[in-house]
Design a binder for this molecule. Structure first.
Ligand code: ADP
Length: 477
């Protein structure tokens, strides 16, 4: 049995901005089910949704500040959660990283450096809990300083660093290193320095014993300039200690058979019932209720990564086709405005919900026929897996986890019942449009469509598989 300290800046259902929260909510649970002793550590933000009791664990002095550790439990699991309580840094409303205007909190470097230093104290059991982890598993730049700082400790636990998205690196001006009292041994170009800046993510990439990312294809992609953002050389250098493990999905939360957030439960043997969800979604979103018209869905952050510009460029032509489009998301204000204008001009075809809405996300997965995910890059991606589980055919670009989890509908994959979606290569509107047309053609053939739906719904996207792979990584350290 391994003792694992899982370090994260978000975890569903406590707080979530993206896929990292899903992983942090599910992986520790899945590891606990494999009889591992996992504890999760996260900052105590104001917006944390804590249910149940909150226990005081201890107080400690970190970088001249009085920090408290509190303890709760991951809802619905035996996983212990330690909260790093320092109200001056974490008791901010809303999003963990940005203010209400979407600007990063000005003291993010200080906030997450304090978090990392506190994690090191816990990892070395200087908090006297009689619990020293074998492995400290860090995630993304917010915990990147942990492997770096631990590398300076004698008799330290092993460290694993998981990249959920290379695009977010925690880069700060070089002077920040002094503000944060970073040890001099770490401040050089082969350490935390990146072009005279301080890079939090490099702490994980340089100093962790093993690096993982969230899909095998993304693990290869980040070793190239297009996806590595200048760190491809470092990643290539460390490739022996770098691997991709695809995320699972929460099969309880995303289960069309039992989902309480959708109008009508269904399975692959009662697929016709999915229609009820389609009409309900059309009704809810103010679209004409029509069982035959193909309904496209999209859920996600409205940012360049997700290929929203490709959608915007494709919509004029898509709007000449017989289809409807439901979109849920928020992000870049310019994208939001352009989409809003289109939705206003075509109220019978486009329905838009700007915001974050979990219930509607479930309704879209259940009610849409086709799910669009034209990402420019996608470390893993979750929605394409949810879609397959809900009999909603994903159209994805061939990148990262999308390439690893969707099987393109080609004559031979349709014939052998492995096809589950539609894949296109180029990040261009033309390429996307071609795949949309391909989807419409397949949709018009009910027999083939049901084959695709059934194959997707039968796929195993469980966390058990992924957790086994992480456990193998821990055991090999
Ligand atoms: P990323 O982590 O890059 O945002 P992922 O596909 O890995 O993308 O994970 C995004 C998660 O957040 C999914 O569970 C998705 O359903 C959810 N999500 C994103 N935007 C919204 C939204 N506006 N409303 C509800 N859920 C959302």
């Amino acid at each position: 049995m391994k003792k694992v300290l899982f370090v994260t800046s978000e975890a569903h259902p406590l707080i979530k901005t993206g896929g990292l929260a899903d992983v942090s909510g599910s992986l520790p649970k899945a590891l606990a089910e494999l009889s591992q002793d996992v504890r999760l550590i996260i900052p105590k933000y104001q917006a944390l949704k804590i249910s149940g009791e909150l226990r005081y664990v201890c107080s400690l002095r970190v970088d001249n500040k009085n920090v408290k550790i509190l303890e709760t439990r991951m809802p619905g699991s035996p996983v212990t959660v330690w909260l790093v309580d320092y109200p001056g840094y974490f008791n901010y409303p809303g999003n963990p990283y940005v203010d209400e205007l979407g600007e990063p909190w000005p003291n993010n470097a200080e906030r997450f450096a304090l978090f990392c230093r506190t994690v090191v104290e816990v990892a070395m059991d200087r908090v006297h809990q009689d619990w020293k982890p074998d492995v400290v598993h860090c995630n993304d730049w917010q915990s990147g300083l942990v492997p770096a700082l631990l590398s300076l400790e004698y008799d330290r636990p092993s460290t694993v660093f998981t990249i959920h998205n290379m695009a977010y690196q925690g880069l700060f001006p070089g002077t920040t290193a002094a503000t944060l009292n970073m040890p001099g041994q770490l401040m050089h170009p082969l350490g935390l320095e990146f072009h005279s800046m301080l890079s939090f993510i490099k702490g994980g990439l340089v100093y962790s014993d093993y690096i993982t990312t969230v899909s095998p294809t993304y693990a290869l992609e980040i070793q190239t300039p297009e996806f590595g953002y200048g760190l491809e050389g470092l990643l290539d250098h460390r490739k022996e200690f770098l691997g991709g493990i695809i995320n699972g999905i929460d099969l309880d939360q995303w289960n069309p058979k039992t989902d309480t957030l959708i109008s009508q439960n269904f399975t692959e043997s009662t697929l016709s019932k999915k229609q009820v969800n389609k009409s309900a979604l059309q009704k809810k979103m103010g679209l004409p209720v029509n069982g035959r018209i193909p309904l496209f869905g999209l859920i996600g952050r409205l940012v360049e990564q997700k290929g929203i510009d490709l959608i915007l460029d494709s919509l004029p032509e898509m709007l000449t086709m017989p289809l409807q489009f439901v979109l849920l998301g928020s992000g870049d204000k310019a994208y939001e405005k352009l989409l809003e204008a289109l939705a206003q001009s075509y109220p019978d075809k486009i329905a838009l919900n700007i915001g974050y809405n979990e219930e509607l996300a479930h309704s879209i997965e259940a009610g849409a026929d086709i799910f669009l995910m034209p990402s420019r890059f996608e470390p893993c991606g979750l929605n394409q897996m949810y879609s397959q589980r809900y009999g909603t055919i994903p159209i994805v670009r061939k990148t990262g986890g999308l390439a690893d989890t969707v099987v393109d509908a080609l004559p031979h994959t349709i014939a052998d019942n492995t096809a589950t979606g539609i894949i296109f290569n180029e990040a261009t509107a033309g390429s996307l449009l071609e795949s949309v047309k391909r989807a419409l053609l397949l949709y018009s053939n009910a027999e083939i469509w049901i084959k695709l739906q059934t194959a997707g719904m039968k796929k195993d996207f469980s966390w058990q598989q992924s957790a086994q792979r992480y456990l193998a990584v821990y055991n090999n350290l």
